[in-house]
Design a protein around this ligand. Structure first.
Ligand code: FAD
Length: 138
């Protein structure tokens, strides 16, 4: 079985309430569980950054569905690579938003505001991985 890691960024098409985010996460957690997919979603400043890990065909198919979702656009693929072992396997879909740690990470990257499309693939992965141990409860 070929495992892959996919990272993308996108911009929301309308304001996201906490309830909207919860709807996305509930759906992701339930679907991803049955697909054997894990990952992490960040939302801030009207942008999403998400990593998906799992079987290649399942991740590709899910990404096509997600990319088609009218709640966001400006999808940019930041990374797609084979992996030996998932990094995010403790989370069906973890979540991090504008916490103090999140802000600290932005300062480290010398970013005034979260603009994930500007991150290099390695930076995006390091960002998501660091935040996976400092998640926001939703
Ligand atoms: P349906 O719920 O029937 O969706 C039908 C269509 O309506 C789809 O195009 C769907 O995108 C859209 N849709 C659904 N709910 C809404 C809504 N409230 N407002 C507007 N349009 C809507 N799903 C996962 O399974 N795993 C993930 O990791 C995941 N991550 C996501 C990350 C982001 C940033 C976003 C925006 C969505 C994510 N989703 C994820 C949701 C995904 O895009 C689909 O909505 C979900 O997979 C269900 O799609 P469906 O076609 O099976 O069902």
């Amino acid at each position: 079985m070929k495992l892959v890691r996919l990272i993308y960024s996108s911009a929301v098409t309308r304001d996201m309430s906490l309830q909207d985010l919860k709807g996305i996460l509930d759906c992701a957690r339930s679907n991803n569980s049955s697909l054997g997919i894990c990952g992490m979603l960040c939302y801030e400043n009207n942008y999403f950054l998400q990593v998906l890990e799992g079987e290649r065909a399942k991740v590709s198919e899910l990404f096509i569905d997600i990319a088609d979702d009218p709640r966001h656009d400006e999808i940019e693929l930041l990374g797609f690579e084979y992996i030996e072992k998932p990094l995010f396997d403790n989370w069906k879909m973890g979540y991090a938003g504008g916490s103090p740690i999140f802000q600290k990470m932005l300062e480290k990257l010398e970013m005034d505001a979260f603009e994930p499309g500007k991150l290099a693939p390695r930076q995006a992965l390091a960002f998501l991985h660091h935040l996976s141990s400092h998640q926001s409860e939703i």
